[in-house]
Design a protein around this ligand. Structure first.
Ligand code: ATP
Length: 250
């Protein structure tokens, strides 16, 4: 059977970003093909969140270029990147706590780019998101502030889908969740891959899970990509060595 050819969707070249005097992302280059699922791993402070925030346009890049579907989006502010198809599910999820899940989704739906929605082969609706993330259906009319961590995460993913993203950037999807709930969140993510072919770049602290779920793994250390590999072609040990900077142990 021939492997389907995947077209390039996101290309990042020489991206640099920092916080004051501190350089947190150093000359990062990566590409994502349409339908890719890539896990971004690295120790605390490696620069994962800063990198995702830079790609989403909520943190300024000091140098480098970001192209989405061939278009240079480096200078675009965050809301324009959302319109172009790049959505971030931030760590901590940031839903409107006093609004119900339905209201959170409706606001996102109202603010989406109509041109983008009209151009989508299958635009996301609340109903379609509930089909992909069925755990949300029974809690649709609950205030977001009353949800469990896993429910909030699923609602945040659904909210991001309302913008019809080509690429979904997910920061620490498992943070603070019990293993059972993390399993549920990953079932939802798998459904997105299978049903919608959504391209995913996700930060995951659990290395085993990252390697099982993603097609490719990128390891950041001190702001640099120190390993890029297909998950099927690497081992937990190789990634751990890259993670902690123990190349001499190979
Ligand atoms: P974690 O897993 O702990 O979230 P990370 O890999 O996501 O880490 P970042 O949060 O991007 O890493 O942090 C990269 C570097 O930037 C770290 O040295 C961190 O201390 C620093 N940093 C992050 N946010 C800020 C900030 N708002 N102000 C100053 N320094 C920051």
């Amino acid at each position: 059977m021939s492997t389907p050819i995947r077209t390039e969707l996101l290309r990042v070249q020489g991206l640099r970003a920092g916080h004051g005097q501190l350089t947190a992302v150093r000359e990062v280059s990566l590409t994502l093909a349409r339908g890719d699922c890539v896990a971004l791993v690295g120790a605390n402070g490696a620069g994962k969140t800063t990198l995702l925030r830079c790609l989403a346009g909520v943190h300024p890049a000091l140098a480098g270029q970001v192209r989405l579907a061939g278009q240079d989006i480096t200078a675009l502010p965050a809301h324009r990147r959302v319109q172009q198809g790049l959505a971030l599910v931030p760590e901590g999820r940031r839903l409107w706590a006093d609004m119900t899940v339905r209201e959170n989704l409706a606001v996102a739906l109202e603010h989406r780019d109509p041109v983008r929605a009209a151009a989508a082969a299958q635009p996301w609706s609340i109903e379609r998101a509930l089909d992909a993330l069925p755990g949300l259906r029974p809690i649709l009319d609950r205030p977001a502030g009353a949800l469990s961590g896993g429910q909030r995460q699923a609602a945040a993913i659904a909210r991001a889908l309302m913008s019809n993203p080509e690429v979904l950037l997910l920061d620490e999807v498992s943070l603070g969740l019990s293993p059972r709930v993390v399993d549920e969140v990953y079932v939802s993510l798998q459904a997105l891959r299978d049903q919608a072919g959504t391209t995913l770049l996700l930060v995951e602290q659990d290395l085993g899970r990252a390697l099982r779920f993603a097609d490719r793994v990128l390891c950041l250390r001190e702001g640099r990509i120190v390993l890029q590999a297909a998950c099927a072609d690497t081992t937990r040990e190789a990634v751990t060595h890259a993670y902690f900077g123990m190349e001499t142990l190979q």
